[in-house]
Design a binder for this molecule. Structure first.
Ligand SMILES: [Zn+2]
Length: 151
């Protein structure tokens, strides 16, 4: 998505959990604990994927997108379909998206990634604006460094 920024990927953490499971240090009950709310969100707002569940290998994973941010007010913390995200991204300045993968077969769930969306990201796209703000930022930091040197 065009305004997507500050992406944090959680695949390393997921692999660590799966390793713990393989090693028998955690049980499937510990990791397959999707709440009824999460499963409902997956059913009604989820995005089907073609990835097999790493635990039961019989169902495909569903991605649920949760949105957070002050501008969302009472909608904060709700799940949204992927189709709704670009609309929100053009309406709001900034909000956080958390993507959770869920298996509706065995209740496996894990955070996939988080990122920011919203109109504030558009300014970073413009080559002119980007260059201008880059120059301003470096000029400011040079000024700061000079002041620190004078002390
Ligand atoms: Zn599963």
């Amino acid at each position: 998505m065009r305004t997507q920024r500050q992406v944090v990927d959680y695949s390393l953490q997921k692999r660590a959990v799966l390793r713990e499971l393989l090693a028998g240090r955690v049980g499937t009950y510990d990791v397959c604990d999707a709440s009824p709310y999460l499963k409902n969100a997956a059913r009604f707002h989820g995005e089907p994927t073609d990835q097999r569940c790493p635990i039961c290998r019989s169902e495909n994973l569903t991605h649920v997108h949760y949105i957070y941010g002050d501008e969302l007010k009472q909608s904060a913390g709700q799940a949204r379909t992927v189709a709704e995200l670009p609309v929100l991204a053009m309406t709001l300045r900034e909000f956080q998206v958390f993507v959770v993968e869920v298996c509706l077969g065995c209740d496996w769930n894990h955070l996939v990634e988080q990122y920011l969306l919203g109109r504030d990201g558009l300014a970073e796209d413009g080559p002119d604006q980007g260059a201008a703000s880059g120059t301003a930022a470096s000029a400011a930091s040079v000024g700061r460094r000079r002041r620190e040197a004078q002390r």
